[in-house]
Structure formats: C-alpha cells, structure tokens
Design a protein around this ligand. Structure first.
Ligand SMILES: Cc1cc2nc3c(=O)[nH]c(=O)nc-3n(C[C@H](O)[C@H](O)[C@H](O)COP(=O)(O)OP(=O)(O)OC[C@H]3O[C@@H](n4cnc5c(N)ncnc54)[C@H](O)[C@@H]3O)c2cc1C
Length: 324
C-alpha cells in the first residue's frame, strides 16, 4: 500500500516514522526543508525559533518511549525544570499566578486580598458559557480580570467570551480551595502540566527534527495544488502527478480544503471561516538568566512572552527570544 503524507512538519514526519516500516510511505513538502513551524533557523550560529520557542514533552508514556527509543535517545536531551515568571503590574511573580498570591501580597496587599476573597467567593457549578465564564468560575473575578482574561485576549487575539473553554481544562493548573489555601501559607511547588520539559543538548530543536526525518522519503519544493479521488481506481491523485492508496494531510486545513475536488459548498465555506493568527518573533541578546520564560499579560506590551532559550542548555548563551 502506498501512503502519501502531505506536509513535513512534526506531524507529517512523526506519522511517516510510525508507518515507514510497514508501508510504502513518502511525504510531499512545499518548503525546501522539513520541520514546519517548529524548525529553527541559524542566525550567526544561534538556533532561532522563527515561529516561537518549541520544547518537547508529553504526558503519554508511549510518545516519550517512541521519541527516546526510536528517534533521539534520552542521553541527547536536557531535562529542564520550568522556572517561568509573570511580569505582573510593575513586579515579577512566579508562574502559576494562583499559587503566587503571597508574592503579590508583598507588592500589593489590597490586590492580594481581593484575589483571595473573590477566589473563595467564586461558585463553580460545572457549567460554563464560554472561556471568560470558565475563568470567572474557576478563579474568581479579580484573578480572571487582572490576569486570565487580558492574557488570553492577547495571545488569541479574540475575546474570551467568544471562545470555547473545553481545550483549556487540561492545559492550565486549576487550584481547588485546599490547594489555593496551601499556596497562601506555603511556597507551593510548580508540579503542574509541563513543569519539566526536554530540549536537545545540541541547544537546537532541529537535532530532534532532523532525527525524526531520518530515512523518510521527502519530496521537497512540492506544493500540493490539487487533490482528486478516482472512483474507478480508488486512488488519490495529487497535482495529477503522484498517486496513492491513502493520503494523510497535515498541511493547514483552511487552505487544503480548497485543493480537493468536489468538496461540498458548506464545507468550503466553513474552511474559509477558520481564524488564523500570525506570530512575530524578535531575537536579541540579553544578560544570562535561569528563567525559562516570562509571561506579560498587560495589554500595554505588544508581545506576550519572552523565552529564554539560552537557559535550556548546559552552555549558557544569554540569548533570549521575545515573542511579539
Ligand atoms: C508559538 C508556538 C509555540 C509552540 N510551542 C510548542 C512547544 O513548545 N511544544 C510543542 O509540542 N508544540 C508547540 N507548539 C505547537 C507545535 O508548533 C505544532 O503543534 C506543530 O509544530 C505542528 O506541526 P504540524 O506538522 O502539524 O504543522 P506544520 O509545522 O505547520 O507543518 C505543516 C507542513 O506542511 C507544509 N505545507 C503547507 N502547505 C503545503 C502545501 N500546499 N503543499 C505541501 N506542503 C505544504 C508546510 O511547509 C509545513 O512543513 C507551538 C506552536 C506555536 C505557534
């Protein structure tokens, strides 16, 4: 069976590696290199994440085993404990904010008290209208309005009341009343999702990406422009050129739909409505730091995060990334 994978980003490369032993697999990629948005670009010897810093982690053991046993051995990775901070008003506190109320108290007693009172006053009845409602019911009014709502408005470029909440439940540390209270009286440990992560010892994410692409047939500079399914031969034809029994698409769905013949109008219209946000990054050199990244919820800053990629490696480089 011949399988055509469309796109050689992390998804396409991973699928290809998983299928490569059993099937005849190849990837079609429009760029001249694999890796998609996770790939770094060399800037004067520095691995620059042009689309934002990328690190590796998974809560799924089979994913970790797949990577460490088959792609890049664990000895080639640094295991890094997250030390992230939040630039909050005119001071810095530890992430996650809900366990740093003591630090807020040291800077602004009134705000810390309002956050605490509102947290315990919030009524979480388990039903939420949207993401804003979820923040209000999980964290109380003050924390929601001071941090979660402005920060999410900034990163998604959309009002949280216009967004669904289901995706966030697994991603954010959410305290219950007991853990919030513990955070008030003790220094809480950050052991939430992604409190540790992996970054290649080479100090370049491309080491992982290139290892993933090993032994895969990739046709570079090959842009998918048309996709047709032949009902008689039961085969997929790409650009009236390449023929496959199965295709797996990993290219952006909003543009991919337009390349397929005979797509129902409502599906075409729905694909056109998918919202896409662009990302800009700036790379510059700063003083060394042991911080991993810093969040900036305040709307007065255009950018929303600094990533201190230089501190992900044994070789401190002092390079930081400012994501706009
Ligand atoms: C700022 C930011 C930070 C992130 N940080 C992390 C992180 O730390 N850890 C993590 O696990 N994930 C992170 N992610 C998510 C991660 O980047 C993505 O989930 C992943 O890279 C997506 O890979 P992909 O292969 O699905 O898509 P892509 O990387 O977009 O790959 C799609 C490929 O398809 C190709 N293509 C597009 N159109 C065509 C066409 N017409 N013909 C042929 N080829 C085409 C593209 O050139 C590209 O190579 C982050 C995302 C962002 C935006």
């Amino acid at each position: 069976m011949k399988i055509g994978i469309l796109g050689a980003g992390i998804s396409g490369l991973s699928i290809a590696r998983l299928l490569n032993n059993q099937y005849d697999v190849e990837i079609l990629e429009k760029a001249s290199i694999h890796g998609g948005i996770a790939r770094t670009r060399d800037v004067n010897g520095i691995a620059y994440h042009t689309i934002g810093g990328h690190c590796f982690n998974s809560k799924h053991k089979d994913v970790l085993d797949f990577v460490f046993d088959n792609i890049l051995p664990i000895t080639e990775w640094n295991r890094i404990k997250r030390k992230s901070r939040i630039k909050f008003h005119n001071y810095e506190i530890d992430y996650p904010i809900e366990f740093s109320i003591r630090q807020i108290f040291e800077n602004d007693k009134d705000l810390a008290q309002r956050i605490t009172v509102d947290f315990f006053k919030a009524i979480d009845n388990g039903t939420y209208d949207n993401l804003k409602d979820w923040f209000l019911k999980k964290f109380g009014d003050t924390l929601a309005y001071e941090y979660f709502i402005p920060y999410n408005k900034k990163i998604w470029n959309r009002l949280p009341e216009e967004m669904d909440y289901s995706w966030v439940e697994d991603k954010l540390p959410v305290p219950n009343q007991e853990s919030f209270f513990r955070g008030l009286i003790n220094k809480s440990e950050d052991n939430m999702a992604h409190f540790e992560f992996y970054y290649p010892k080479s100090n370049n994410q491309n080491t992982f990406i290139d290892a993933l692409a090993k032994d895969i047939i990739i046709h570079y500079n090959y842009e998918i422009e048309s996709v047709n399914y032949n009902q008689i031969s039961k085969k997929w034809h790409i650009n009236n050129d390449k023929i496959y029994d199965i295709i797996i698409n990993t290219t952006p769905i909003n543009r991919f739909i337009a390349t397929i013949s005979n797509v129902p109008i409502d599906v075409q219209e729905a694909a056109k409505k998918l919202k896409v946000n662009g990302i800009s990054n700036v790379l510059w050199k700063t003083k060394d730091t042991d911080k991993t990244w810093t969040y900036l919820p305040d709307s007065k800053y255009l950018f929303h995060r600094y990533i201190h990629i230089g501190s992900f490696s044994d070789r401190p480089t002092g390079m930081q990334y400012l994501k706009l």
